[in-house]
Design a binder for this molecule. Structure first.
Ligand SMILES: [Zn+2]
Length: 334
């Protein structure tokens, strides 16, 4: 490998530190803005933008006015409403200092919404709320985080508490203030698709379900159709596979924590497992597997039984075929 390729590999590996937090919390936002929410709608600020043709776009999601109010205390708020099709309007909110990142995200929002629906189907809001924080304090406020958020976390998806089976409310994707600088435009685009996948799947996703399925699926949707070579999507996995080291098993939940030191490699492994399943068994089977594995915590036996029922293959065979798939795709010139 040339020095230039090594540098490129290192850069893309660095950019892969784009972990997300997926949080469901009792919202500080709702509490803080309770009085505001009591006001009649006519008193709340309307978020509008004039589009060619004369009609004003108004973000569909009712949380936007309260968000706008919360963000006001961190500086002037700008909003970029985006039509996402079928009469739905998403929005990107932020402050002037991050208008470059906001423009990238707003330009991508409609395509990202379509890309998620292409895999998951249209049974979700399809009117995403995306917020770009300008400081770690604002990021924490927008995600209702009380502790310090690891610097590696580029974005988080939050939602109000909800009952399984109901459509979640208060869902938003929040980007950290350094996300744009660290990820670049392409990284912002793929993280947006990753997070919107969490938003779309939230209604059927129970906390503490197997992380490789939840994160791998989001990574799969994020990179699907982008036609990136595997060494770009999964640089660490590729390097290790070429050196003869393959993942021993599907990654355990604890390995997804940034503190594990293995999180970047583990996200790549999870992506590859889902890409392999979609490739070899079909995308519909991948979605079906997600729906069955996302119903809560699963031990190894439960995962194996669901794999057998859904893909008609034993767990050891699944691992063996996954290994072959990785080897075949990471062999230079293959
Ligand atoms: Zn994620």
């Amino acid at each position: 490998m040339s020095a230039l390729r090594q540098v490129r590999g290192w850069l893309s590996a660095k950019r892969r530190f784009q972990f997300c937090l997926t949080l469901v919390m009792v919202t500080g936002l709702t509490a803080a803005c309770g009085a505001l929410l009591m006001l009649p709608n006519s008193v709340l600020p309307k978020i509008r933008a004039v589009v060619p043709g004369g009609d004003a776009l108004v973000a569909t999601d009712p949380q936007v006015s309260a968000l706008h109010r919360l963000m006001d205390s961190y500086g002037k708020v700008i909003s970029e409403p985006v039509g996402t099709g079928a009469g739905k309007v998403g929005v990107v909110l932020g402050h002037p200092a991050r208008s470059g990142d906001m423009d990238v995200l707003a330009a991508e929002l409609s395509a990202a919404t379509t890309a998620v629906s292409a895999v998951w189907g249209s049974d979700w809001s399809q009117a995403p709320v995306v917020v770009v924080a300008s400081s770690p304090a604002e990021f924490a406020a927008l995600t209702n985080e009380t502790g310090a958020v690891p610097a590696e976390v580029a974005a988080a998806t939050v939602a109000d508490p909800f009952h399984p089976g109901a459509q979640p409310t208060g869902q938003r994707v929040v980007f950290g203030s350094e996300a744009g600088r660290r990820l670049g435009p392409d990284g912002l685009r793929s993280v947006l698709r990753h997070e919107l996948t969490h938003v779309a799947t939230r209604a059927v996703t129970v906390d503490r379900s197997p992380q490789w399925m939840l994160e791998g699926f989001a990574e799969y949707v994020a990179h699907r159709g982008m036609r990136q070579p595997i060494e770009e999507v999964a640089p660490t996995l590729t390097t290790r596979a070429r050196a003869g080291t393959l993942p021993a098993d599907l990654p355990a939940d604890a390995a997804f924590e940034p503190a594990s030191g293995e999180a970047a490699a583990v996200y790549e492994q999870a992506w590859s497992a889902c890409a392999f399943i979609a490739d070899q068994f079909g995308e519909a089977q991948l979605v079906s597997l997600y729906r069955q594995l996302a119903t809560g915590p699963k031990d190894n036996a439960a995962v194996a039984a669901i794999v057998q029922n859904t893909l008609a293959i034993g767990y050891p065979d699944l691992l063996a075929r996954w290994h072959s798939w990785i080897t075949a795709r990471t062999t230079p010139g293959a």
